[in-house]
Design a protein around this ligand. Sequence first.
Ligand code: 5GP
Length: 198
Amino acid sequence: MELLKSKILTEGKVLKDDILKVDAFLNHQIDPVLMDAIGKEFASRFAEQPVTKILTIESSGIAPAVMTGLYMNVPVVFARKQKSLTLTDGLLTAQVYSFTKQVNNQIAISSTFISEQDHVLILDDFLANGQAALGLIDLVQQAGATVSGIGIVIEKAFQDGGEKLRDKGFKVESLARIKSLKNKTVDFLDDTREVINE
Ligand code: 5GP
């Protein structure tokens, strides 16, 4: 997705060889025009899949997920990382190791919002080692629902999350795939099907 790639190149900051900061348009300040384009793009990439709900994780997945929900005309559920006193009905939980914070988080949703009949599109801002996506898949499966696919805004293709999820047979669509962040430079994979051979 060219608009996203150019945003990454102009406003993203490479913090380390494996961390990209996109606080200027996705993780802190949010660019609504870009979010709208992202929502439209995910809706078109998953148009052939049955989708009745979108599931993401707070907080950075919410903006792209809501815009996608608007284009696909389905509700959006976000998993919470903090325990909430109001989140009491049939709690489904999973453990997720956070790549950026390097701690284990329990994530939770209320079973009220995902049922056996649902076909769930999982969305997140970044894909690194796949822990967040695997935790969300776990929640969907605990609810007895079906995973329709996984949409990622920025996939760091030099980490193994994408491979793990695709090997399990999930349809994974990433709007920007990064080959390398070495030398403070963002290097994209040109084609979504290109594989890194190292
Ligand atoms: P994973 O669970 O796939 O290892 O990592 C994905 C999660 O970690 C995302 O939900 C995202 O919040 C965070 N994350 C992973 N890599 C990056 C990164 O390079 N930059 C930012 N801002 N977040 C990241």
